[in-house]
Design a protein around this ligand. Structure first.
Ligand SMILES: Cc1cc2nc3c(=O)[nH]c(=O)nc-3n(C[C@H](O)[C@H](O)[C@H](O)COP(=O)(O)OP(=O)(O)OC[C@H]3O[C@@H](n4cnc5c(N)ncnc54)[C@H](O)[C@@H]3O)c2cc1C
Ligand code: FES
Length: 370
């Protein structure tokens, strides 16, 4: 009996799978949604051929919503309000939208297909995101797995961004990869040098864009990206500023430090940089320069597993340990702010430490690299 049940379940699953494939193929080749009108903020309007995702439809009109995961339905950055014509919320959207957001008509633009006339509300600042053509002018190994990439802007030839923001870089196809996708990278350069953009890209094994950057990208290559995007930025305060970021999470911190130095911002700033061993340390010379030139700034690298423990004179342990120590000696935790960048796990652990020391949620700012 048990074997019969298993067999029936297997047959039904198989039939379901085949039907799903037939539906996808039929939708791709035979569904015709005709011309659809897309209306934005009740003023801008254009007509497109229906059937593509809302994200791709907007991209085709040079409207670029943030989409850090490249449309895989995992980041939720492409959220936008669909006032009319969106149809029911899809199962692939449900886990990334809160009930409140669903009530406010938020949808994931990468999941929703344009099948009829549609009306959208998009914040005006997102409508200012542009597509840039640029050329690679510098590629430098910062560590064994992090590269600095400098892009010289060609068209447009200037970018205005707020330190802490990111761009979305699109890979060119390369051997073994025909797909071209976009991924988010924080800007590591100064907002006062507006004709170039520096990135710090950490290699993710088998990652589409990072493999391209690390193994195929060459100085002189043309690239395209969209931006600037994101709301991770400096917030005015008299209180101390505690930055925590390891690896390529350093990128937005460097951009912020350029601004702090340029504008002579006078406050206590402590940057805790987490790394595993000495070979994960980089930008040490640049950090020493910032320490010399920004009066209230100190830089504290911490190694979780120094290769030569007797030689290493700095902090050791996971970054939460020096964070604990720093917060325990801080006199103004009632005013202090936290700035975090890196893996979601690291950010979660640090937020907990901040909160234990009285640095509440509205004073903690972060960008998870996921
Ligand atoms: C706002 C924002 C800013 C970012 N800034 C930077 C930056 O300045 N520098 C930088 O190097 N990265 C940054 N990232 C991460 C970056 O956008 C990509 O996710 C990352 O580079 C992987 O892209 P990929 O195409 O190579 O890998 P994918 O092809 O997307 O992924 C391949 C596999 O690796 C997994 N994976 C993806 N990312 C990671 C990760 N970080 N750690 C472990 N596994 C992973 C995926 O789940 C997948 O299974 C940022 C992300 C966000 C959201
Ligand atoms: S682009 Fe990431 S969820 Fe839509």
């Amino acid at each position: 009996v048990f074997e019969n049940i298993l067999l029936t379940v297997a047959i039904l699953s198989g039939i379901n799978g085949v039907l799903a494939v037939i539906l996808v193929v039929a939708e791709k080749f035979f569904a015709d949604y005709g011309e659809c009108r897309v209306r934005i903020n009740k003023e801008k309007e254009f007509t497109v051929k229906g059937g593509a995702s809302l994200l791709a439809t907007l991209n085709s009109q040079k409207i670029f919503l943030p989409s850090a995961c490249g449309g895989r339905g995992t980041c939720a950055y492409c959220k936008c309000r669909v006032l009319e014509g969106g149809g029911p919320v899809l199962p692939t959207e449900e886990s990334l939208l809160t009930e409140e957001e669903i009530g406010e008509q938020f949808r994931l633009a990468c999941q929703l297909k344009v099948k009829k006339d549609i009306s959208l509300a998009i914040p005006v600042e997102l409508l200012e995101i542009q597509e840039f053509k640029a050329e690679v002018v510098l590629l430098e190994d910062l560590t064994y797995d992090i590269k600095r990439v400098r892009l010289k802007l060609i068209e447009p030839d200037r970018i205005q961004f707020i330190p802490g923001q990111y761009i979305q870089l699109r890979n060119a196809p390369y051997p073994g990869m025909s797909e071209s996708v976009s991924r988010a990278y924080s800007i590591a350069s100064s907002s006062f040098s507006d004709s170039v953009v520096d990135l710090m890209v950490r290699l993710i094994p088998e990652g589409i864009v990072t493999t391209w950057v690390h193994q195929y990208l060459k100085v002189g290559d043309p690239v395209t990206f969209t931006g600037p995007m994101g709301d991770f930025c400096l917030h005015q305060s008299e209180g101390s500023m505690i930055m925590v970021a390891g690896g390529s999470g350093m990128a937005p911190m460097v951009s912020m430090l350029h601004k702090i130095r340029h504008e002579k911002i006078d406050r206590e700033i402590i940057y805790l940089f987490g790394a595993v061993t000495e070979k994960d340390l980089f930008f040490m010379k640049e950090m020493r320069e910032f320490v010399r030139e920004i009066p209230g700034f100190s830089f504290i690298p911490a190694l979780s597993a120094p290769a030569e423990p007797e030689e290493w004179k700095g902090e050791t342990g996971l970054i939460t340990l020096p964070l604990e120590k720093t917060l325990a000696r801080l006199k103004d935790t009632g005013q202090a702010q936290g700035y975090l960048c890196g893996s979601p796990g690291m950010i979660k652990a640090c937020i907990q430490v901040f909160k234990q020391h009285g640095v509440t949620g509205e004073r903690i700012f972060y960008d998870p690299f996921a």
